[in-house]
Design a protein around this ligand. Structure first.
Ligand code: UD1
Length: 418
């Protein structure tokens, strides 16, 4: 298991190139199962979550290659069972359920299992697939879905915390091959869902209304092969933006998807950082003093829960009281106890972190617990005095392509050691 050694206090300055989006790539790769023809996907980031998904596709019978950011998948035949050992590693693997069902008429996928960011049910996925005419049973830790014919209908995917991203993906993919028209109300508005819709359209699907909350999908007999380029990763871009702010430095985020980053940009400006759009990206610059801020996560276009931990790390370094609430995953605060070990003053009141900033954190050994919490610890280490060691960095490798190399290139003193 690798560790990061971060010697804090280096000034960051330079350009970071933002990779293709992980959360777009995963469902798009799952969607390649909907056709027997060849699909070519560009700008796929080289991450362990992506490698898990490719392993699942191979297990299901697809020919898969991955080189220089391009994945080619040809799924002439598709098996219908995704076993626990593959699915447990990554929750997003649940998004093969809809495509396998649409292609084979049945699908058996292990329940994705527990997750440190709180309870993550899949009831909305199942409710949506049931509405399309699927019989669902839960047996020995597996979801077994069977249908004689998927049939279009009107359904809603609204849950207690808003709509569901992967649930929308799953139902949209299944509906592409259903008989008749499906209307999905309360569909997720996230740009990654719209990216999947664009890929499905390139495959011959008839989808309208992505980004409006109401998707209309006219089923077709068959989908064909297609080529697609994945959008840039707004969460990776947001994380490097916070890196610039936390050390009061300046970074140009090349290829940052500014059109998808409205709430993140607003939060940075609220904190007093400058964010300027340039021809090839976003320039983020910060100097002292930054201002305390208040944030509340929500579904898109609200502030993303996937940026909550990183902004907690930033707030910890801003004198004054900041408040950050997570409405999407109310228990997603594993980073707080680790940040406290670095001297942070944070009081967790329900789903609200009340943070009293201090001028400088102190380096400490800390442990990564989930993907974004780990990113927050790396950010904190950049600002802290002395050395911070972050262990279990495999959590970071799930979602950030070469984060240590990208940070070193802008001046950070960070090393990866076994
Ligand atoms: C996706 C993202 C993840 C992000 C999350 C919220 C991917 C691969 N992952 O996860 O990074 O943090 O969106 O933006 O794209 N819920 C239910 N029932 C369900 C499904 C979800 O109640 O069947 C609840 C969840 O517990 C949560 C909320 O709905 O409170 C949103 O979850 P959801 O949008 O489904 O997250 P994911 O799609 O799993």
């Amino acid at each position: 298991m690798d560790k990061f050694f971060i010697h804090g206090g280096a000034h960051l300055r330079g350009t970071v190139s933002i990779s293709g989006s992980k959360n777009s790539s995963l469902p798009i790769l799952a969607a390649t199962l909907l056709t027997r023809e060849r699909c070519v996907i560009h700008r796929v980031p080289d991450l362990s979550d992506i490698r898990y998904m490719l392993e699942i596709l191979r297990y299901l019978g697809a020919d898969v290659s991955f080189s220089a950011g391009t994945v080619t998948v040809e799924a002439r035949k598709v098996g219908w069972e995704a076993p626990y050992d593959l699915v447990r590693r990554m929750r997003a693997s649940v998004c093969v359920l809809g495509p396998i069902l649409a292609r084979c008429g049945r699908s058996k996928v292990s329940l994705p299992g527990g997750c440190v960011i709180g309870d993550r049910p899949i009831d909305l996925h199942l409710r949506g697939l049931e509405a399309l005419g699927t019989r669902i049973t839960l047996s020995k830790g597996y979801v077994v879905a069977e249908t004689s014919a998927l049939t279009g209908t009107r359904l809603s995917l609204r849950g207690p915390h808003g709509s569901t991203v992967l649930g929308t993906d799953n139902v949209m993919m299944a509906a592409c091959l259903a008989r008749g028209t499906t209307i999905i109300e309360d569909a997720a508005l996230e740009p990654e869902v719209a990216d999947l819709a664009r890929f499905l359209r390139a495959m011959g699907a008839r989808i309208h209304g992505e980004g409006t909350g109401c998707l209309e999908i006219e089923g077709v007999e068959e989908l064909h092969g297609a080529e697609h380029t994945v959008i840039s990763d707004r969460i990776e871009a947001g994380t490097f933006a916070v890196a610039a702010a936390i050390v009061r430095g300046e970074i140009l985020l090349e290829n940052a998807p500014s059109e998808h980053m409205g709430s993140i940009i607003e939060a940075l400006r609220q904190a007093g950082a400058s964010v300027e759009e340039e021809k090839n990206g976003l320039r983020v610059q910060a100097g002292d003093p930054l201002r305390p801020f208040r944030l509340r996560t929500g579904t898109y276009p609200g502030f993303p829960t996937d940026m909550q931990a990183q902004f907690c790390a930033l707030a910890v370094t801003v004198p004054g009281r900041s408040e950050i609430a997570d409405e999407v995953f109310p228990n997603r605060f594993m980073h707080i106890s680790e940040l406290k070990r670095m001297g942070a003053h944070i009081d967790l009141r329900g789903n609200v972190a009340v943070i009293d900033g201090i001028p400088r954190l102190s380096g400490a050994p800390v442990m990564a617990s989930d993907l974004r919490a780990s990113a927050a610890l790396v950010l904190a280490g950049l600002q802290a005095e002395n050395t911070t060691t972050v262990s279990r960095v495999y959590h970071i490798d799930r979602g950030y392509e070469r984060i240590d190399a990208k940070l070193r290139a802008v001046g950070a003193n960070i090393e990866r050691r076994p």
